[in-house]
Design a protein around this ligand. Structure first.
Ligand SMILES: Cc1cc2nc3c(=O)[nH]c(=O)nc-3n(C[C@H](O)[C@H](O)[C@H](O)COP(=O)(O)OP(=O)(O)OC[C@H]3O[C@@H](n4cnc5c(N)ncnc54)[C@H](O)[C@@H]3O)c2cc1C
Length: 553
């Protein structure tokens, strides 16, 4: 009987899983997950996320068991473990999805390719849905993404036969992986749970999501982020489920569906940017933003991390992140305001913020997190000034995002006695700090700085020379602050798989194509037409949702 090893990484499911399905069709399967210390002890790894991953592995094992299989667990460097396992089990080769989340993973996969080729062993890589090898203009990617979402899902294999003689390590706990539990409650995991969350969204949240996703206390979002991060459910399954759901002719529901599909697309778009430019994990997109200007002040950084800035909405976000890991409780707008405060108002390099987020977020996903951080810090767009997201963290933010003050009161008990109208700029309160920065001055300073930096790029005929290159030193940011295992970054051969773009080899046409990924695109066409033909109603308007940012500036 044929035997195929299926290497699971962050695709912890059996549904819509091409490598597993294909492997099961050709014969016996060896479904394997390898605990790799380079990832478990990357400076950006957080204990709560590891715990959630362990639960996902347990759920995957259950799903495989229901089909007669089981998950095989191993420890070590996959570049050594996998070829050995292929030899020991007599497998014909390995099936796996490519993954562009991190430079480390891409270096490891390139090393694995070399080692397998030298040993005459085979690996077949599958492209995840909506991951494109070729450079295409962003508007084409957007159209192609919708096509990919429409394509049929891969069936679940009816049975999975795992040879009996293959040994598996038991599922470890955090201590076995040298992590300390930091006390965060992790959500229930598994494909069934992800599907339940999606159905709950359709049944109970879709009439308000579009308008309420900026309110931290509304909990109007799906809660799917951590499940998507570990691949317990695919984006394609989420999108197809939403497309099949009825909106009952209620435009509030259809707006929400549309908004959620767009957000799912954004997530894929960030991963695709990282596929082209893996250096975005380590640097800002354009060099002038990193060359000049960040200042680091340990005391300010600590105050920001600990929720002691004197701005209650920022401190609520800070404490919520540390206590909950952000899942469901820390929505997009709260993350954005909290992020913008560090880089724009305190002038601290966004990478310190992204590092802190990744160490706490249960849904921490490097391309989304790092690119969102860079966006909120104003360093992804060199022309469009509307891409300067400096939120007013005072009363304006409270009125817009937490008008009743329930989010603030929950996390900042020191000010809980104040009326909502004073939660933005509270009078002196014993035991609570005064604001650590003047918003007006800091904002002005940041705007002038961004204008100076953007001017350097604006006057250049071609922006590609300003696009950051993959640095020689691939040591992850934060390796000097936290104990971590980064010996891999000093290996001599730093080839990546999939490879990123070689910026120095791009012709003019390709440079223009790449540029389309980093300018503002307004969704137009069919969607705008639908909006125009929709009857007016007294329900909350689109502008109420979309104007939020402008009002916060
Ligand atoms: C500074 C900053 C850092 C962030 N870091 C992460 C992160 O590490 N991981 C992460 O999944 N999201 C991140 N986000 C995006 C967003 O805040 C979360 O996706 C969302 O809060 C997750 O909750 P949900 O699944 O209930 O959201 P929903 O609104 O229900 O969204 C469903 C899914 O769509 C995707 N999505 C939603 N909003 C965005 C967005 N703005 N950009 C990209 N994808 C989006 C995510 O996959 C999300 O799970 C970050 C946002 C900011 C501003």
């Amino acid at each position: 009987m044929n035997r195929t090893l299926v290497w699971f990484r962050r695709d912890l499911r059996i549904a819509d899983h091409a490598p597993l399905y294909r492997a099961a069709r050709r014969g016996a399967v060896i479904p394997v997950f390898v605990f790799d210390r380079a990832l478990l002890h990357h400076p950006e790894t957080g204990a709560a996320r590891v715990r959630f991953m362990l639960d996902c592995l347990s759920a995957l094992d259950d799903d495989l068991s229901e089909r007669g299989g089981r998950l095989i667990l191993r420890y070590g460097d996959p570049v050594k473990v996998l070829p050995e396992l292929v030899r020991q089990t007599g497998a014909d080769g390995i099936y796996s999805y490519t993954d562009c989340e991190r430079i480390y993973g891409r270096m490891r996969d390139a090393r694995l390719n070399r080692v397998l080729a030298e040993a005459n062993l085979k690996i077949r890589w599958f492209e995840p849905v909506a991951s494109a090898a070729e450079l295409m203009p962003y508007p084409h990617y957007r159209d192609w993404w919708y096509q990919e979402m429409r394509s049929p899902m891969v069936p679940i294999p009816p049975s999975v036969t795992v040879p009996e003689d293959i040994f598996s390590e038991p599922l470890p706990n955090l201590a076995r992986l040298d992590h300390l539990d930091d006390g965060k409650a992790v959500p229930k995991c598994g494909t069934a749970e992800a599907r339940r969350l999606l159905q709950e969204f359709i049944a109970e949240k879709a009439d308000r999501y579009y308008w309420r996703l900026s309110y931290p206390s509304a909990e109007a979002t799906t809660g799917l982020s951590a499940h998507i991060k570990f691949g317990a459910i695919t984006i394609r399954e989420c999108v197809q489920t939403i497309w099949q759901a009825q909106d009952g002719g209620d435009y509030r529901v259809s707006n929400s569906y549309q908004q959620l599909v767009s957000r799912l697309r954004w997530g894929n778009g960030f991963t695709q940017r990282f596929r082209y430019l893996p250096q975005l994990e380590l640097r800002s997109l354009y060099t002038p933003f990193d060359d000049d200007g960040w200042e680091f002040d340990e005391a300010l950084y600590t105050a920001w991390q600990q929720g002691q800035t004197g701005f209650p909405i920022i401190d609520a976000a800070a404490r919520c992140l540390q206590a909950t890991g952000g899942w469901l409780a820390l929505n997009f707008r709260s993350r954005a305001m909290y992020a913008s405060f560090l880089s724009n108002l305190l002038g601290i390099d966004w990478r310190y913020g992204a590092l802190h987020f990744m160490r706490h977020l249960i849904d921490g996903d490097c391309p989304i997190d790092h690119y969102q951080w860079a966006m909120q810090s104003g360093v992804t767009h060199c022309i469009d000034k509307s891409w300067t997201r400096i939120y007013n963290p005072g009363q304006t933010a409270v009125d817009r995002c937490d008008p009743e003050g329930s989010f603030i009161r929950r996390w900042v008990p020191e000010v809980a006695h104040l009326p909502a109208g004073q939660l933005g700029s509270s009078p002196p309160v014993s035991g609570y700090p005064a604001p650590i920065v003047s918003y007006a001055q800091a904002r002005q300073r940041r705007i002038s700085q961004l204008e100076r930096q953007r001017d350097r790029i604006l006057t250049a005929p071609n922006v590609v020379p300003f696009v950051t290159r993959l640095p020689q030193d691939l040591t992850p940011f934060g390796a000097d602050r936290y104990p971590s295992e980064v010996a891999w970054s000093r290996l001599p051969n730093t080839a990546l798989f999939p490879a990123g773009l070689d910026l120095d080899q791009l012709n003019l046409e390709q440079a223009k194509t790449l540029r389309t990924w980093f300018v503002v695109h307004v969704d137009s066409g069919a969607w705008a037409k639908r909006q125009r033909s929709r009857p007016r109603s007294k329900s909350p308007s689109d502008s109420q949702q979309l104007s939020l940012l402008t009002n916060l500036l």
